[in-house]
Design a protein around this ligand. Sequence first.
Ligand code: ADP
Ligand code: MG
Length: 322
Amino acid sequence: MALSEFELIDRFFKRQSVSHRATALGIGDDCALLGIGDGVELAVTMDTLVEGVHFLADVDPEALGHKSLAVNLSDLAAMGALPKWVSLALTLPEPDEVWLGGFTSGFFELAKVYSVELIGGDTTQGPLTITLQVMGPIGEGLAIRRSGAQPDDLIYLTGWLGDAGLGLKIAQGSLGHSNAQACERFYRPVPRVEAGLICAGSVNACIDVSDGLAADLGHILTNSGVGATIEWECLPLSPSVLNFIDNTGDWEFPLYAGDDYELCFTVPANEQLELESRLAALDYPCTRIGVIEQDPGLRISKDSTLINVPTTGFQHFANVTI
Ligand code: ADP
Ligand code: MG
């Protein structure tokens, strides 16, 4: 069987003997953390979007410009860092001015919201591929890692789950009807930067949900050496997602659907009230969905029954593409 994405990274890239004292965190989290002096660390992340894998050829370039930056800002948010700088490596089949106008307008509009500055990049000819590297500072020791979850931590999720997954089904033509909200959530995810900044220094673990809740919470569980139970009835599901589940019976859909770019974080009980009151100022909800436990593995409590669920999700080389 072919190597999966994570096996490949572990076997071929996570084995270098060089390491610098300033590297506070290397491969394996949403960002790397580099000490840059004066009690500050720089969080650094990179994400690539490939035509035919992450988006279809006919996607609106303005939405693509937005999404390319949004998915990278989401990784910075997952560490609790403040986004400041971005580099852009763009591979284009042709220098299409209309496409470039749309792409850069979506890109710069979102960059302006967070005062993110484009500081460099690379431009090449070839199949459409967009790679961004985003960087931003965070106080030393405040970044939120995947490895810090403790038994009895409460698990929270920003926003809503599954709408982007419905948007993907619409893009693939497999839903049978359209839904403006689901398409918006799929094409124009909103990075939860403010929630990440509030969580920094107050929560034990955090990840952004790009490959599905089960898979990404699974990374927290594995890296922290713990397990969890999620209350299915507590999941923040929109009427559209509930309707989809009613029609298909697929209650696992919100656990495995990807592309939501929400933050999932684990909160020690003594921080709960203070944190909840600060999160209440956001214009999206933060919902308590479960609890971290000593017992490894992921369990879903549904209709008063406990169900063991696998922590699998989208992986390159292991999944079909759109
Ligand atoms: P995310 O979904 O949060 O963007 P990924 O699942 O893409 O994270 O990557 C997991 C970890 O592996 C990250 O820390 C990332 O920086 C690292 N990584 C991915 N590909 C490589 C590579 N080719 N070489 C080194 N590190 C890599
Ligand atoms: Mg991530």
